[in-house]
Design a protein around this ligand. Structure first.
Ligand SMILES: *Cc1c(COP(=O)(O)O)cnc(C)c1O
Length: 246
């Protein structure tokens, strides 16, 4: 029977051996994709997307050697992160609301999902107050989907100098979520465009932007072939996501 945990979510417990099997399977997919395109598997970081999953599953994955995790809701992260091993590293992924910035700055070492100058300015303001420095990735809405947050590709290149001027923010690169399709090959043009856009942003900055966060459970191989340096995997690591209580 599912129990309700501390964040008001249904908790399903998965045996640790299942997590170990899934982790090994995802790591093997990453190695094979790297093998096909001549990349070093160490150049691709694996993030476990733990949204809707309990702290116990994060702790189990830390025991198995995974240390990078992503959350997309500040309230949930605020309850969960203190229950997880302090060795875990945390990135916020997705759109951040301005009234959540103060907590996000305290909880996360990187915000993957900076989608406007206004939110970058808010992060800078709170980082200064809290004497913190944060990494940021710019979320780009490559396919121009109306349902998604993120920069328009041309606007992001224009914004690079202004973003680089925030002295509490370290600009590491770009992030995108490909349009959903049952055929992962359909995501390839989106990933390729993000890489090309990253190259334009580097030119504009005159310095490297090493991080390309792209690829999830369904499309990580294609993302790696197109240059991803960080894949964000939820379902294929943790199992099916329990739905938050309505
Ligand atoms: C949920 C989520 C993921 C993980 O998705 P899966 O398909 O479960 O691997 C990755 N990135 C972001 C931004 C997400 O919100």
């Amino acid at each position: 029977m599912p129990a309700v945990d501390g964040f008001g979510l249904f908790r399903f417990s998965f045996p640790m051996s299942d997590l170990a099997t899934r982790l090994e399977h995802v790591q093997s997919r990453i190695r094979k994709a790297c093998g096909r395109c001549g990349r070093d598997p160490a150049s691709v970081r694996l993030m476990g997307v733990s949204k809707n999953h309990p702290a116990s599953a994060v702790s189990d994955l830390v025991s198995l050697g995974l240390t990078l995790f992503g959350e997309n809701r500040v309230q949930e992260a605020k309850a969960k992160i203190p229950q997880c091993p302090s060795r875990a590293r945390w990135h916020f992924i997705g759109h951040l609301q301005s009234n959540k910035v103060r907590d996000a700055v305290a909880l996360f070492e990187m915000i993957q999902g900076v989608d406007s100058l206004a939110i970058a300015g808010e992060i800078q303001r709170h980082a200064e107050k809290q004497s913190r420095r944060l990494g940021i990735l710019l979320e780009v809405n490559v396919a121009g989907e109306s349902s998604k947050f993120g920069w328009n590709p041309d606007a992001v290149v224009e914004a690079i100098p202004a973003l680089n001027a925030f002295d509490r923010l370290e600009l590491h690169g770009l992030m995108t979520i490909a349009p959903y399709s049952p055929d992962p090959a359909r995501a390839r043009p989106c990933f390729r465009r993000l890489r090309e856009l990253r190259d334009r942003c580097e030119q504009r900055l005159g310095a490297p932007l090493p991080t390309l966060s792209m690829g999830m459970s369904g499309d990580l191989e294609v993302a790696i072939e197109e240059g991803s340096t960080l894949v964000r995997v939820g379902t294929d690591l943790f199992g099916p996501r329990p739905r938050p209580e309505e």
